[in-house]
Design a protein around this ligand. Structure first.
Ligand code: FNR
Length: 379
Protein backbone atom coordinates (compact mmCIF):
# COMPACT_ATOMS: atom_id res chain seq x y z
CA UNK A 1 0.00 0.00 0.00
CA UNK A 2 1.38 3.46 -0.86
CA UNK A 3 1.66 5.91 2.01
CA UNK A 4 -1.20 8.42 2.16
CA UNK A 5 -0.50 11.29 -0.23
CA UNK A 6 -2.94 13.90 1.02
CA UNK A 7 -4.48 15.08 4.28
CA UNK A 8 -7.85 13.97 2.85
CA UNK A 9 -6.55 10.39 2.62
CA UNK A 10 -5.39 10.50 6.23
CA UNK A 11 -8.85 11.75 7.18
CA UNK A 12 -10.49 8.76 5.47
CA UNK A 13 -8.17 6.38 7.29
CA UNK A 14 -8.84 8.09 10.63
CA UNK A 15 -12.58 7.74 10.10
CA UNK A 16 -12.08 3.98 9.78
CA UNK A 17 -9.90 3.68 12.88
CA UNK A 18 -11.26 6.12 15.47
CA UNK A 19 -14.61 5.53 17.26
CA UNK A 20 -17.35 7.66 15.70
CA UNK A 21 -17.88 10.03 18.63
CA UNK A 22 -14.18 10.96 18.78
CA UNK A 23 -13.72 11.22 15.02
CA UNK A 24 -16.75 13.50 14.82
CA UNK A 25 -15.55 15.52 17.81
CA UNK A 26 -12.55 16.49 15.66
CA UNK A 27 -14.39 16.69 12.37
CA UNK A 28 -17.17 19.08 13.43
CA UNK A 29 -17.86 22.77 13.51
CA UNK A 30 -20.48 24.62 15.53
CA UNK A 31 -24.18 24.87 14.54
CA UNK A 32 -24.53 24.95 10.72
CA UNK A 33 -20.74 24.64 10.29
CA UNK A 34 -20.70 27.61 7.89
CA UNK A 35 -17.50 29.02 9.40
CA UNK A 36 -15.90 25.59 9.55
CA UNK A 37 -16.66 25.14 5.85
CA UNK A 38 -15.58 28.70 4.94
CA UNK A 39 -12.19 28.19 6.59
CA UNK A 40 -11.26 25.58 3.97
CA UNK A 41 -13.28 27.01 1.08
CA UNK A 42 -11.73 30.48 1.30
CA UNK A 43 -8.23 29.05 0.87
CA UNK A 44 -9.38 27.55 -2.42
CA UNK A 45 -10.48 30.97 -3.69
CA UNK A 46 -6.95 32.34 -3.39
CA UNK A 47 -4.80 31.72 -6.42
CA UNK A 48 -1.04 31.53 -6.58
CA UNK A 49 1.07 33.25 -9.21
CA UNK A 50 3.03 30.77 -11.31
CA UNK A 51 6.50 32.00 -12.31
CA UNK A 52 8.93 30.28 -14.66
CA UNK A 53 12.59 30.15 -15.59
CA UNK A 54 13.90 31.32 -12.26
CA UNK A 55 16.53 29.46 -10.23
CA UNK A 56 14.61 27.08 -7.98
CA UNK A 57 17.57 25.24 -6.46
CA UNK A 58 18.71 25.29 -2.80
CA UNK A 59 15.40 26.06 -1.20
CA UNK A 60 14.76 26.79 2.47
CA UNK A 61 11.56 26.59 4.50
CA UNK A 62 13.31 27.47 7.75
CA UNK A 63 12.02 30.51 9.59
CA UNK A 64 11.22 31.69 13.11
CA UNK A 65 8.02 31.59 15.13
CA UNK A 66 7.97 33.49 18.43
CA UNK A 67 11.74 33.58 18.65
CA UNK A 68 12.17 29.89 17.87
CA UNK A 69 13.75 28.44 14.74
CA UNK A 70 11.29 26.15 12.95
CA UNK A 71 11.94 23.84 9.99
CA UNK A 72 8.81 25.23 8.30
CA UNK A 73 6.24 27.86 9.32
CA UNK A 74 3.85 25.32 10.84
CA UNK A 75 3.04 24.45 14.45
CA UNK A 76 0.64 21.88 15.89
CA UNK A 77 -2.40 23.69 17.28
CA UNK A 78 -3.66 22.89 20.77
CA UNK A 79 -6.48 20.35 20.59
CA UNK A 80 -8.44 18.95 23.52
CA UNK A 81 -8.96 15.19 23.96
CA UNK A 82 -6.14 14.40 21.53
CA UNK A 83 -5.42 11.28 23.54
CA UNK A 84 -8.82 10.01 22.43
CA UNK A 85 -7.90 10.06 18.74
CA UNK A 86 -5.15 7.61 19.66
CA UNK A 87 -3.88 6.33 23.00
CA UNK A 88 -1.20 8.67 24.39
CA UNK A 89 -1.97 10.99 21.46
CA UNK A 90 -0.41 14.15 22.87
CA UNK A 91 2.86 12.38 23.68
CA UNK A 92 3.03 10.88 20.19
CA UNK A 93 2.18 14.15 18.44
CA UNK A 94 4.69 16.08 20.56
CA UNK A 95 7.45 13.66 19.60
CA UNK A 96 6.54 13.80 15.92
CA UNK A 97 6.62 17.61 16.02
CA UNK A 98 9.92 17.63 17.89
CA UNK A 99 11.55 15.31 15.36
CA UNK A 100 10.24 17.55 12.59
CA UNK A 101 11.60 20.70 14.20
CA UNK A 102 8.28 22.45 14.69
CA UNK A 103 6.40 23.51 17.85
CA UNK A 104 3.80 21.32 19.53
CA UNK A 105 1.15 23.09 21.60
CA UNK A 106 -0.39 21.14 24.46
CA UNK A 107 -4.01 21.99 25.29
CA UNK A 108 -5.17 22.59 28.87
CA UNK A 109 -7.86 19.99 28.05
CA UNK A 110 -5.40 17.34 26.96
CA UNK A 111 -5.51 13.72 28.03
CA UNK A 112 -1.75 13.41 28.59
CA UNK A 113 -0.53 15.91 31.18
CA UNK A 114 2.14 18.60 30.88
CA UNK A 115 4.47 16.27 32.81
CA UNK A 116 3.66 13.30 30.54
CA UNK A 117 4.62 15.29 27.45
CA UNK A 118 7.73 16.71 29.12
CA UNK A 119 8.82 13.17 30.00
CA UNK A 120 8.98 12.10 26.33
CA UNK A 121 10.35 15.28 24.73
CA UNK A 122 13.79 16.86 24.82
CA UNK A 123 12.97 20.23 23.31
CA UNK A 124 10.53 22.71 24.83
CA UNK A 125 6.91 22.57 23.73
CA UNK A 126 4.23 25.27 24.02
CA UNK A 127 1.34 25.25 26.46
CA UNK A 128 -2.18 26.51 25.73
CA UNK A 129 -4.06 28.05 28.62
CA UNK A 130 -7.79 28.18 29.23
CA UNK A 131 -8.55 30.55 32.07
CA UNK A 132 -10.73 28.92 34.69
CA UNK A 133 -12.71 30.50 37.52
CA UNK A 134 -10.37 28.77 39.96
CA UNK A 135 -7.46 31.17 39.55
CA UNK A 136 -5.27 29.15 41.91
CA UNK A 137 -5.58 26.28 39.47
CA UNK A 138 -4.65 28.61 36.59
CA UNK A 139 -1.54 29.77 38.43
CA UNK A 140 -0.69 26.15 39.19
CA UNK A 141 -1.02 25.31 35.47
CA UNK A 142 1.28 28.22 34.56
CA UNK A 143 3.81 27.09 37.16
CA UNK A 144 3.68 23.51 35.87
CA UNK A 145 4.23 24.76 32.31
CA UNK A 146 7.23 26.75 33.57
CA UNK A 147 8.59 23.74 35.46
CA UNK A 148 8.24 21.67 32.27
CA UNK A 149 10.28 24.37 30.48
CA UNK A 150 7.49 25.23 28.02
CA UNK A 151 8.82 28.01 25.81
CA UNK A 152 5.61 29.89 24.97
CA UNK A 153 2.16 30.27 26.51
CA UNK A 154 -0.82 30.35 24.15
CA UNK A 155 -3.75 32.10 25.80
CA UNK A 156 -7.00 31.09 24.10
CA UNK A 157 -9.35 34.05 24.06
CA UNK A 158 -12.30 32.73 22.06
CA UNK A 159 -13.71 30.01 24.28
CA UNK A 160 -15.02 31.28 27.57
CA UNK A 161 -18.39 29.88 26.63
CA UNK A 162 -18.77 26.90 24.36
CA UNK A 163 -20.26 27.02 20.86
CA UNK A 164 -22.71 24.18 20.28
CA UNK A 165 -21.66 21.25 18.16
CA UNK A 166 -24.60 19.10 17.15
CA UNK A 167 -22.52 15.97 16.56
CA UNK A 168 -21.18 15.98 20.10
CA UNK A 169 -24.69 16.31 21.51
CA UNK A 170 -26.03 13.52 19.29
CA UNK A 171 -23.09 11.30 20.15
CA UNK A 172 -23.53 11.96 23.85
CA UNK A 173 -19.92 13.13 24.08
CA UNK A 174 -19.35 14.66 27.48
CA UNK A 175 -16.30 16.27 29.05
CA UNK A 176 -14.60 14.25 30.35
CA UNK A 177 -15.49 11.39 28.01
CA UNK A 178 -17.66 8.85 29.78
CA UNK A 179 -18.50 5.53 28.23
CA UNK A 180 -22.26 4.98 28.01
CA UNK A 181 -23.92 1.91 26.45
CA UNK A 182 -24.43 3.80 23.18
CA UNK A 183 -20.66 4.13 22.81
CA UNK A 184 -19.89 0.46 23.42
CA UNK A 185 -20.82 -0.46 19.90
CA UNK A 186 -18.80 2.40 18.37
CA UNK A 187 -15.77 1.39 20.41
CA UNK A 188 -16.22 -2.34 19.71
CA UNK A 189 -16.11 -1.53 15.99
CA UNK A 190 -12.59 -0.15 16.43
CA UNK A 191 -10.66 -3.04 18.06
CA UNK A 192 -7.21 -1.63 17.35
CA UNK A 193 -8.07 1.68 18.95
CA UNK A 194 -9.48 -0.26 21.92
CA UNK A 195 -6.37 -2.38 22.37
CA UNK A 196 -4.13 0.68 22.33
CA UNK A 197 -6.40 2.42 24.78
CA UNK A 198 -6.37 -0.55 27.14
CA UNK A 199 -2.58 -0.35 27.28
CA UNK A 200 -2.55 3.21 28.63
CA UNK A 201 -3.80 4.68 31.88
CA UNK A 202 -4.20 8.10 30.26
CA UNK A 203 -7.93 8.32 29.56
CA UNK A 204 -9.03 11.55 31.19
CA UNK A 205 -7.90 15.15 31.52
CA UNK A 206 -4.34 14.72 32.75
CA UNK A 207 -3.80 18.38 33.56
CA UNK A 208 -6.81 18.52 35.86
CA UNK A 209 -7.11 15.22 37.75
CA UNK A 210 -5.16 15.43 40.99
CA UNK A 211 -4.43 19.16 40.47
CA UNK A 212 -7.75 21.01 40.60
CA UNK A 213 -9.32 21.33 44.05
CA UNK A 214 -11.59 18.41 44.95
CA UNK A 215 -11.15 16.71 41.59
CA UNK A 216 -10.09 13.20 42.36
CA UNK A 217 -12.37 11.06 40.24
CA UNK A 218 -14.12 11.13 36.88
CA UNK A 219 -17.40 11.94 38.60
CA UNK A 220 -16.02 15.04 40.32
CA UNK A 221 -14.16 16.04 37.15
CA UNK A 222 -17.37 16.16 35.08
CA UNK A 223 -19.01 18.75 37.32
CA UNK A 224 -15.79 20.73 37.59
CA UNK A 225 -15.21 21.06 33.82
CA UNK A 226 -18.77 22.15 33.19
CA UNK A 227 -18.68 25.05 35.56
CA UNK A 228 -15.03 26.13 35.30
CA UNK A 229 -14.62 28.24 32.15
CA UNK A 230 -14.82 31.86 33.22
CA UNK A 231 -17.25 33.94 31.15
CA UNK A 232 -16.01 37.11 32.91
CA UNK A 233 -12.49 36.86 31.48
CA UNK A 234 -11.55 40.19 29.86
CA UNK A 235 -8.61 42.11 28.39
CA UNK A 236 -7.76 43.41 31.85
CA UNK A 237 -6.92 39.84 32.96
CA UNK A 238 -4.20 39.39 30.36
CA UNK A 239 -1.78 41.47 32.44
CA UNK A 240 -1.69 39.11 35.42
CA UNK A 241 -1.37 36.07 33.16
CA UNK A 242 1.56 37.71 31.40
CA UNK A 243 3.11 38.64 34.73
CA UNK A 244 2.80 35.15 36.24
CA UNK A 245 4.06 33.53 33.07
CA UNK A 246 6.94 35.87 32.38
CA UNK A 247 7.80 34.37 28.96
CA UNK A 248 6.59 34.69 25.36
CA UNK A 249 2.81 35.09 25.23
CA UNK A 250 0.61 34.32 22.23
CA UNK A 251 -3.06 35.34 22.18
CA UNK A 252 -5.16 32.88 20.17
CA UNK A 253 -8.60 33.50 18.72
CA UNK A 254 -8.28 37.01 17.28
CA UNK A 255 -10.58 37.58 14.31
CA UNK A 256 -11.18 41.31 14.41
CA UNK A 257 -8.93 44.31 13.78
CA UNK A 258 -10.02 46.06 17.00
CA UNK A 259 -9.23 42.94 19.04
CA UNK A 260 -5.86 42.66 17.30
CA UNK A 261 -5.08 46.23 18.39
CA UNK A 262 -6.18 45.40 21.94
CA UNK A 263 -3.85 42.39 21.88
CA UNK A 264 -0.95 44.67 20.87
CA UNK A 265 -1.74 46.87 23.87
CA UNK A 266 -1.34 43.91 26.25
CA UNK A 267 2.30 43.58 25.22
CA UNK A 268 1.74 40.03 23.93
CA UNK A 269 4.42 38.70 21.57
CA UNK A 270 2.12 37.21 18.96
CA UNK A 271 -1.49 36.62 17.99
CA UNK A 272 -3.16 33.75 16.19
CA UNK A 273 -5.89 34.86 13.79
CA UNK A 274 -8.37 32.10 14.47
CA UNK A 275 -12.05 31.22 14.88
CA UNK A 276 -11.21 28.03 16.79
CA UNK A 277 -11.44 25.96 13.62
CA UNK A 278 -15.08 27.01 13.09
CA UNK A 279 -16.05 25.52 16.46
CA UNK A 280 -17.21 28.71 18.18
CA UNK A 281 -19.10 31.58 16.44
CA UNK A 282 -20.87 30.06 13.45
CA UNK A 283 -21.25 32.79 10.82
CA UNK A 284 -17.91 34.41 11.62
CA UNK A 285 -15.61 34.97 8.64
CA UNK A 286 -12.90 32.49 7.78
CA UNK A 287 -9.52 33.11 9.39
CA UNK A 288 -7.72 33.48 6.07
CA UNK A 289 -10.17 36.16 4.88
CA UNK A 290 -9.41 38.25 7.99
CA UNK A 291 -5.66 37.75 7.93
CA UNK A 292 -4.67 40.53 5.46
CA UNK A 293 -6.74 43.18 7.28
CA UNK A 294 -5.23 42.23 10.62
CA UNK A 295 -1.70 42.11 9.21
CA UNK A 296 -2.19 45.58 7.69
CA UNK A 297 -3.42 46.94 11.03
CA UNK A 298 -0.89 45.42 13.45
CA UNK A 299 1.64 43.37 11.48
CA UNK A 300 4.43 45.84 12.19
CA UNK A 301 3.76 45.74 15.96
CA UNK A 302 3.17 42.06 16.73
CA UNK A 303 3.87 38.69 15.15
CA UNK A 304 0.73 37.51 13.35
CA UNK A 305 -0.02 33.79 12.92
CA UNK A 306 -3.10 32.09 11.53
CA UNK A 307 -5.01 28.82 11.81
CA UNK A 308 -8.21 27.31 10.46
CA UNK A 309 -8.80 25.36 7.28
CA UNK A 310 -5.17 24.65 6.36
CA UNK A 311 -5.18 21.31 4.59
CA UNK A 312 -2.10 21.51 2.37
CA UNK A 313 1.29 23.08 1.92
CA UNK A 314 -0.27 25.36 -0.69
CA UNK A 315 -2.56 26.70 2.06
CA UNK A 316 0.47 27.36 4.28
CA UNK A 317 2.12 29.19 1.38
CA UNK A 318 -0.97 31.36 0.83
CA UNK A 319 -1.12 32.23 4.53
CA UNK A 320 2.55 33.20 4.61
CA UNK A 321 2.11 35.22 1.41
CA UNK A 322 -0.75 37.11 3.06
CA UNK A 323 1.45 38.04 5.99
CA UNK A 324 1.36 35.18 8.48
CA UNK A 325 4.69 34.61 10.17
CA UNK A 326 3.54 31.10 10.99
CA UNK A 327 0.54 28.80 10.73
CA UNK A 328 -1.07 26.26 13.05
CA UNK A 329 -2.76 23.05 12.01
CA UNK A 330 -5.37 21.23 14.08
CA UNK A 331 -7.37 18.59 12.23
CA UNK A 332 -4.65 17.64 9.72
CA UNK A 333 -2.44 16.28 12.50
CA UNK A 334 -5.40 14.77 14.37
CA UNK A 335 -6.38 12.83 11.24
CA UNK A 336 -2.80 11.60 10.93
CA UNK A 337 -2.77 10.61 14.59
CA UNK A 338 -6.10 8.78 14.37
CA UNK A 339 -5.03 7.04 11.18
CA UNK A 340 -1.55 5.87 12.10
CA UNK A 341 -0.46 7.21 15.51
CA UNK A 342 2.86 9.05 15.61
CA UNK A 343 3.75 7.88 12.13
CA UNK A 344 0.53 9.46 10.86
CA UNK A 345 1.39 12.83 12.42
CA UNK A 346 4.78 12.64 10.75
CA UNK A 347 3.09 11.71 7.47
CA UNK A 348 0.75 14.74 7.71
CA UNK A 349 3.77 16.98 8.25
CA UNK A 350 5.70 15.39 5.38
CA UNK A 351 2.75 15.91 3.04
CA UNK A 352 2.47 19.57 4.01
CA UNK A 353 6.22 20.17 3.82
CA UNK A 354 6.50 18.60 0.37
CA UNK A 355 3.56 20.58 -0.99
CA UNK A 356 4.87 23.79 0.54
CA UNK A 357 8.39 23.31 -0.77
CA UNK A 358 7.42 22.49 -4.36
CA UNK A 359 4.67 25.11 -4.59
CA UNK A 360 6.99 27.82 -3.27
CA UNK A 361 9.49 26.90 -5.98
CA UNK A 362 6.79 26.96 -8.66
CA UNK A 363 5.96 30.50 -7.54
CA UNK A 364 9.59 31.37 -8.23
CA UNK A 365 10.74 31.60 -4.60
CA UNK A 366 13.58 29.75 -2.91
CA UNK A 367 13.30 31.02 0.65
CA UNK A 368 10.09 31.03 2.68
CA UNK A 369 11.28 34.25 4.36
CA UNK A 370 11.09 36.05 1.01
CA UNK A 371 7.49 34.99 0.29
CA UNK A 372 5.08 37.91 0.24
CA UNK A 373 1.86 39.09 -1.43
CA UNK A 374 3.69 39.22 -4.73
CA UNK A 375 3.02 35.49 -5.18
CA UNK A 376 -0.74 35.89 -4.95
CA UNK A 377 -2.40 36.11 -8.40
CA UNK A 378 -4.89 38.89 -9.09
CA UNK A 379 -8.35 37.39 -9.42
C1 FNR B 1 -9.52 22.50 18.85
N1 FNR B 1 -9.06 23.79 19.12
C2 FNR B 1 -8.65 24.11 20.39
N2 FNR B 1 -8.09 25.33 20.65
C3 FNR B 1 -7.61 25.63 21.87
O1 FNR B 1 -7.10 26.73 22.06
N3 FNR B 1 -7.70 24.71 22.88
C4 FNR B 1 -8.25 23.50 22.72
O2 FNR B 1 -8.29 22.69 23.64
C5 FNR B 1 -8.78 23.18 21.45
N4 FNR B 1 -9.37 21.98 21.22
C6 FNR B 1 -9.68 21.59 19.93
C7 FNR B 1 -10.10 20.29 19.67
C8 FNR B 1 -10.33 19.87 18.37
C9 FNR B 1 -10.75 18.47 18.12
C10 FNR B 1 -10.16 20.78 17.29
C11 FNR B 1 -10.38 20.34 15.87
C12 FNR B 1 -9.76 22.07 17.54
C13 FNR B 1 -8.85 24.73 18.02
C14 FNR B 1 -7.48 24.52 17.39
O3 FNR B 1 -6.47 24.95 18.26
C15 FNR B 1 -7.33 25.31 16.08
O4 FNR B 1 -7.71 26.65 16.28
C16 FNR B 1 -8.14 24.72 14.94
O5 FNR B 1 -8.13 23.30 14.99
C17 FNR B 1 -7.59 25.19 13.60
O6 FNR B 1 -8.37 24.73 12.56
P1 FNR B 1 -8.07 23.40 11.69
O7 FNR B 1 -6.60 23.37 11.40
O8 FNR B 1 -8.51 22.26 12.54
O9 FNR B 1 -8.92 23.59 10.50
Amino acid sequence: MTAPLTIAELKKLAKRRVPKMFFEYADSGSWTESTYIANEADFKKIQLRQRVLVDMSNRSLETRMVGQTVSMPVALAPTGLTGMQHADGEMLAARAAEEFGIPFTLSTMSICSIEDVASVTKKPFWFQLYVMKDRDFVIDLINRAKAAKCSALVLTADLQILGQRHNDLRNGLTAPPKLIPKHMWQVAMRPRWCLDMMRTKRRSFGNVIGHAKNVTSLASLAGWTHEQFDPKLSWSDVGWIKEHWGGPLIIKGILDVEDAKAAVNTGADAIIVSNHGGRQLDGAPSSISMLPKIVDAVGDKIEVHVDGGIRSGQDVLKAVALGAKGTFIGRPFLYGLGAMGKEGVTRALEIIRNELDLSMALCGKRDIKSVDREIIAEV
